[in-house]
Design a protein around this ligand. Structure first.
Ligand code: SME
Length: 137
């Protein structure tokens, strides 16, 4: 039953649901801050495997969100200079932080192969998802 699922399995299920049901969500994954090391480590994800399993704070879109504590919506990844490319098919990205007791402990990261697909509805929806995630980790 559901109660036997691990946190990793639950997070993977969330990635699968999002990638399957929202056509412009093409890579969906979680990164989590690693203690005092000022690094993000890749958690469960769905999509092409990435070389970027560890991202230093400040580096790329994900690393910037680890520092800013704010959503980062990128309509066109080619226009970003502090960006880590995982796949040449990716056109846009959204990263939304996950807060536990007010602390930014990680994030959901979504890549899209569609240019400029993300709206405020995605931000509000993913904030809701991140609140649910915060409650199960
Ligand atoms: N593009 C991200 C790196 C992670 S991949 O999208 C999976 C970034 O610039 O931080």
């Amino acid at each position: 039953s559901d109660s036997t699922k691990t946190t990793e399995e639950r997070l993977l299920s969330i990635c699968q649901l999002l990638e399957t049901n929202i056509n412009y969500y093409n890579w969906v994954g979680f990164y989590f801050a690693n203690g005092d090391k000022k690094e993000l480590h890749l958690g469960p994800y769905v999509g092409e495997p990435t070389d970027h399993t560890i991202i230093p704070f400040g580096k790329g879109i994900c690393g910037q969100v680890a520092v800013s504590n704010e959503n980062f919506v990128v309509p066109d990844v080619a226009a970003q200079d502090n960006y880590i490319a995982c796949s040449i098919t990716v056109k846009a990205e959204i990263v939304v932080p996950i807060f536990v007791n007010g602390k930014n402990i990680g994030q959901i990261d979504i890549d899209s192969n569609t240019p400029d697909p993300f709206t405020e509805k995605d931000e509000r929806f993913l904030e809701f998802v991140c609140e649910k995630v915060a409650a199960i980790i």
